[in-house]
Design a protein around this ligand. Structure first.
Ligand code: ATP
Ligand code: MG
Length: 597
């Protein structure tokens, strides 16, 4: 049945919603696809639901094609399984927890590794029952700290999650590769410009992991790419190699110097150049200084720990890289009250002397101290002398100070060498659309998922976990395809194939349009039909542009001369076609491929 605008449950808005920042989000609300129910929680109106169902269908087809079996778990879950894997605690504030009337703890599922593992444990006992790939397309709940951009980061959202179960590691590798292939097909069909990047496996544990990122300036993820080698990684997953050691035989002994009023890198560099110019004539720069930053980690169980990080003064800490390194702990900057608790830390003049679990200076802080991998063994630095107004020069790593380990938390920059040693990196932003993980045996071990192998021996099953952001995909495609005047869907996702607009006062126009709509539907097309009688052509055209169906057909004044108009929403091209054969012309248009993005 055609969706008739005279009766469709739809009201388009001329004004942008106040709480939306991104253009795609604004348009989805204005075009009546979604409605906000609460922060990060959205209702799907008829047109939005159509698009969502199309994404789901594509995802299901590709999952079925690799032998996935669909099932569905509840969103409301018991605590025990999540307790067994420690995620009841590790998920921290992101988990929606609730109690039933008897006071029993429950949660709203953020992801379902535990439930799938337990189901397979119940139903499978032998290697003959495996391999197995199970999936669901289901609503997930995460109390995100910063719900954003409507469907892009919701607190309730729809995810396809699948899980593979194998006895042997090679089986897991094969299941992972099958999923990778299925995802390539899915995201191709969604028409997204995406990259596959190495990902941080973080709190999930496990080893191999990749993300599918839709390339987008509004993405929250940053990734690096190296043209020369093909290397691509989320910045969270980039492992900068340890700098080669340098010879410090010629470096003089470390010496403390007065550097008044130099609590920042910029002021320190100025003071160093003014008071202690280099013998070789080169100026000191931020890269000659070692900056020591302290943060406070808060673990999911509430425990806190200060952590100090030493990195070249010309680089900032990258919040996301650090976040990935310390997960599941969260980090926050060190504040005045924290400095007050550690009087040996001279703010602005902090040096490695008082840092580390085994500080070299008496009265050290005992704070764990990690170094950026670019701080080479044998390299000399200007850094804080732990006294206001003083810095130490020629302090050599490995000779005069050492750390408790290294940390991959410094910002990455355009032009940095690629970690694989070939070429340099470029940076761009992306929206995480999918994530594939080789989990290994972590969950199976925690929940006791074992089967008998061919020798009759009990072995722990190895698992993979694979997610796609289904509702996020609707938003990502909207962000990628909209233009100034409205949504502009690719054919695969549009809520209809054709939007027929009847304009004018002449009854013949509406009679003809009615017949055309019927013909198109008989031919299997999905049609939106603007049959509203007392609405001006201008409003109808604006609505058609806003709704974003790729083919717009206008039945109006031209009908008297025997023609109607076909308009391509995305290219703006319009052409008159004769009434005879009009339906065929429209069908041919609809069957065309999408224009290049
Ligand atoms: P992010 O880093 O964006 O928070 P994640 O790594 O926590 O995502 P996964 O646990 O890997 O997400 O979930 C699988 C997929 O579910 C993601 O790739 C993403 O497409 C989608 N997704 C995750 N969180 C949300 C959310 N809050 N709203 C919408 N989609 C989400
Ligand atoms: Mg992820």
């Amino acid at each position: 049945m055609a969706m008739r605008l005279s009766t469709l449950f739809l009201r388009t808005l001329r004004e942008d919603p106040a709480d939306a920042e991104l253009p795609g989000h604004k348009l989805l609300v204005r075009a009546g696809y979604i409605r906000r129910a609460a922060p990060g929680v959205y209702s799907w109106l008829p047109l939005g639901l159509k698009v969502l169902r199309k994404v789901e269908q594509i995802v299901r087809e590709e999952m079925d094609a690799i032998g996935g079996q669909e099932l569905s778990f509840p969103g409301l879950l018991p605590r025990e399984p999540y307790e067994a894997t420690n995620r009841w605690t590790e998920y921290g504030d992101n988990l929606f927890r609730l109690k039933d009337r008897k006071g029993v703890d429950m949660l709203l599922g953020p992801t379902h590794e535990e439930m799938f593992t337990l189901a397979v444990k119940d139903l499978c006992s032998s290697y003959k029952d495996l391999p197995l790939t199970l999936y669901q397309v289901q609503t997930k709940y995460r109390d995100e700290a910063r719900p954003r951009a409507g469907l892009l980061r919701g607190r309730e959202f729809i995810m396809k999650d699948s899980y593979s179960f194998d006895v042997a590691d090679e089986g897991l590798e094969a299941a992972y590769q099958r999923h990778r292939g299925a995802y390539v097909k899915m995201f191709d069909r969604l028409g997204l410009d995406y990259v596959i990047v190495h990902a941080d496996s973080g709190a999930m544990g496990g080893s191999a992991s990749e993300e599918f990122l839709a390339v987008s300036p509004v993405g929250e993820d940053t990734f690096v790419r190296c043209e020369a080698s093909g290397y691509a990684a989320n910045v969270e997953a980039v492992v900068v190699p340890l700098a080669d050691p340098v010879d410090c035989a010629a470096t003089p002994a470390a010496h403390v110097e007065d550097t008044p009023d130099s609590p920042t890198i910029a002021t320190l560099v100025d003071q160093a150049n003014a008071l202690y110019p280099r013998a070789d004539g080169r100026a000191w720069t931020g890269a000659d200084t070692l900056k020591n930053v302290v943060v406070v980690l808060t673990y999911p169980d509430g425990r806190t720990e200060p952590l100090a990080i030493g990195l070249p003064g010309d680089r900032e800490l990258d919040a996301k890289r650090l976040g990935a390194q310390v997960a599941p702990a969260q980090w926050e900057p060190f504040e005045e009250k924290d400095f007050a608790a550690f009087p040996m830390l001279a703010k602005g003049y902090l040096g490695p002397g008082v840092l580390g679990e085994h500080p070299t200076a008496p009265g050290g802080s005992g704070i764990r101290y990690l170094l950026d991998p670019s701080v080479a063994d044998g390299s000399a630095w200007i850094t804080g002398a732990d006294e206001p107004g003083k810095h130490v020069f020629d302090l050599v790593h490995g000779r005069d100070f050492s750390a408790d380990g290294i940390v991959q938390a410094a910002e990455l920059r355009e032009g940095d060498p690629s970690p694989d040693g070939a070429g340099t990196l470029t940076l761009a932003r992306g929206i995480e659309m999918g994530h594939i993980f080789q989990l290994g045996r972590k969950y199976a071990e925690a929940l006791g998922l074992k089967v008998l192998d061919e020798h009759g021996k009990l072995v722990t099953v190895t698992m993979g976990s694979y997610g796609v952001g289904v509702s996020r995909a609707v938003a990502a495609v909207a962000e990628a395809t909209h233009d100034d005047i409205g949504l502009a869907w690719p054919r695969a996702l549009a809520p209809a194939d054709v939007h027929v607009v009847a304009t004018g006062k002449d009854q013949a126009i509406f009679d003809y349009a009615e017949g055309l709509v019927g013909d198109l539907e008989t031919q299997g097309l999905e049609v939106i039909y603007d049959d509203r009688l007392k609405v001006s052509p201008g409003v109808k055209f604006k609505d058609a542009e806003l709704l974003g169906v790729p083919t717009i057909v206008v039945v109006g004044r031209g009908l008297a001369e025997g023609s109607i108009e076909i308009k391509d929403r995305r290219t703006g091209e319009r052409r008159e076609v004769p009434v005879t054969g009009a339906a065929e012309a429209i069908i041919a248009e609809v069957r065309q491929a999408d224009p290049p993005a």
